[in-house]
Design a protein around this ligand. Structure first.
Ligand SMILES: *[C@@H]1O[C@H](CO)[C@@H](O)[C@H](O)[C@H]1NC(C)=O
Ligand SMILES: *[C@@H]1O[C@H](CO)[C@@H](O)[C@H](O)[C@H]1NC(C)=O
Ligand SMILES: *[C@@H]1O[C@H](CO)[C@@H](O)[C@H](O)[C@H]1NC(C)=O
Ligand SMILES: *[C@@H]1O[C@H](CO)[C@@H](O)[C@H](O)[C@H]1NC(C)=O
Length: 495
């Protein structure tokens, strides 16, 4: 339904992709019948022994078909160890950046971060939002004092394959979140087995935008994989929480909220004229019925496409016609959107990542010769064609809450595309044993340095929060507030 990626933004394709990858197996394939002999395997305890000039390739007896290629890259932060590399899952290669904590890397938690799209690179999150440095011109990266590695070790991963610097040897592609989740679960298991000083550490899976679909499914795959890790004699991953920023998780509540964001003063004054709002008010229930009937209750690709075209014409296109930034309704798009995603800084990030010295320093595979793209639109289209966005992903969040995995749903209040109204409705509608308690809690203000930062509602393991003054990319717009929010969340304190 959305023509632009959910940044950090059909079943025929699923069948084709599966047919091309007969060798692709689930993480269950590494289960050993006997615990592996840890004595024969030496994990890397001290990352600083790794080479800065070349990759070190590491194998592991539990994962005979998987490797890690990693190097020291000492860039971007300057005060902590920085590492980059690939986790090679047979012919699929996932690129990651890893930064140690600025506080106590030997004790602090580990955060996994992915941007959304689907198809957008996590380098947007890294260099524009929450990473240790920000790239505002292609020649320079400047220190970010509000980076999330202030108190945590953090990964940024380009996923699925085909995105950013991740690639596949035979041009395989991924077009659904559950399929992407297999590679992520393998990635996470391999990381903790190799870099054993992080074993048992509290692990938080975080993402933005289409991350509202990715993260609940990825975290569930990591959770379920623990059973197999234990059977294989390995240490389970200590999955503690999910953090979702401006997520698109539940298409139904998000569809209705597009009306609210355009036609009601829920964040900014209405941006749409009255006659358009009246038309849209009538179109919303019809759009929801069509999506439910053709994309959800059963998947009829022609009917689903027609539903998406109708919803797009009646709900999204009138918004795009206003010229407002879909990621921040308080601003006009600094575009064209097809060139800048409304943020010209994305072009500087691309140019920085096209510098041969930077590519050499971070170890981008030499087979990747094309210019960097913030978002791979083929991956994006394949997920839409597979009907991936219309899955009711909130069920995964409810299931994680039932198992004691905490969930922080935070939302920049000015975003349109995965907005706070839809996210609040999603959290209130979540069916879990703590639902009544959560719904009974009022929204209250939360503060940073004595200033109101937004609204929050919390009960047990579930917290919903808004951030005033922020759009889709919360740490870009409100870096202080977002770091304080994460610090309180990691510490288990109330916002
Ligand atoms: C990069 O930015 C830093 C901090 O703003 C500044 O000190 C330095 O001179 C800049 N370097 C270049 C090459 O622009
Ligand atoms: C997981 O992390 C929590 C919080 O840091 C800690 O209390 C707990 O002992 C850890 N669990 C395991 C199995 O290591
Ligand atoms: C890559 O980017 C450079 C610099 O912007 C440009 O000159 C070149 O044409 C681009 N190459 C391709 C293949 O698009
Ligand atoms: C944010 O950070 C700046 C600089 O460290 C500080 O002056 C300011 O008080 C902080 N708090 C808020 C709410 O902006």
């Amino acid at each position: 339904m959305f023509s632009w990626p959910l940044l950090g933004l059909s079943s025929l394709a699923v069948a084709t992709a599966a047919a091309q990858q007969p060798f692709l197996q689930s993480p269950a394939s590494f289960v050993a019948s006997e615990p592996y002999d840890a004595g024969l395997f030496t994990p890397v305890e001290d990352l600083s022994v790794l080479s800065a000039s070349a990759f070190t390739t590491l194998g592991h007896p539990l994962f005979p078909d998987y490797n890690v290629r990693i190097k020291k890259s000492d860039f971007c932060d300057g005060t902590v160890g920085a590492y980059t590399g690939y986790i090679d899952i047979r012919a699929r290669h996932l690129f990651f950046y890893f930064f140690e904590s600025r506080s106590d890397p030997d004790k602090d938690d580990v955060i996994f971060w992915t941007n959304g799209g689907p198809g957008c690179s996590s380098s947007l999150g890294l260099f524009m939002e929450l990473g240790p440095c920000r790239v505002t011109n292609p020649d320079n990266a400047t220190f970010n004092p509000y980076a999330w590695n202030e108190n945590a070790n953090i990964f940024f991963i380009d996923q699925p394959i085909g995105v950013g610097f991740s690639y596949a040897d035979y041009g395989e592609t991924v077009s659904t979140t559950p399929e992407a989740a297999k590679d992520i679960a393998a990635f996470v298991a391999i990381f903790f087995e190799h870099f054993s000083k992080f074993k048992g550490r509290s692990f938080h899976m975080a993402g933005e935008s289409y991350g509202g679909r990715y993260i609940p499914v990825f975290a569930s795959a990591v959770y379920d994989q623990n059973v197999r890790l234990i059977e294989a004699g390995a240490t389970p991953v200590n999955l503690t929480s999910v953090m979702i920023g401006n997520g698109c998780t539940d298409w139904a509540t998000m569809t209705s909220s597009y009306y609210d964001m355009q036609c009601l003063p829920v964040s900014v004054p209405p941006v749409q004229d009255i006659s358009s709002c009246v038309r849209m008010k009538q179109a919303v229930p019809r759009c929801q019925d069509m999506l439910q009937a053709s994309c959800v209750d059963k998947f009829d690709s022609i009917g689903c496409e027609a539903a998406n075209l109708f919803c797009s014409a009646e709900i999204s296109e009138p918004f795009y016609a206003t010229g407002y930034n879909p990621y921040d309704v308080s601003k006009l798009c600094d575009g064209p959107i097809s060139d800048t995603l409304c943020y010209p800084v994305t072009k500087s990030i691309g140019a920085y990542l096209d510098r041969p010295d930077i590519r050499a320093q971070i170890g981008v595979d030499p087979s990747l010769t094309a210019n960097f793209s913030s978002c791979n639109m083929q991956v994006n289209s394949a997920f839409h064609a597979a009907d991936d966005p219309q899955f009711p992903t909130q069920y995964y969040i409810a299931a994680l809450l039932e198992r004691g995995v905490r969930a922080l749903i935070y939302v920049g209040a000015n975003d349109w595309i995965c907005n706070w109204v839809g996210n609040e409705r999603m959290t209130l509608g979540l069916e879990w044993t703590g639902q009544d308690g959560f719904v009974a809690e009022p929204l209250r203000e939360w503060e940073v340095d004595g200033e109101v930062a937004g609204l929050t509602r919390s009960a047990g393991p579930l917290t919903f929060a808004t951030l005033y003054g922020a759009g889709h990319m919360v740490p870009y717009d409100t870096p202080n507030q977002s770091l304080v929010m994460v610090q309180r969340w990691l510490a288990g304190s109330a916002l």
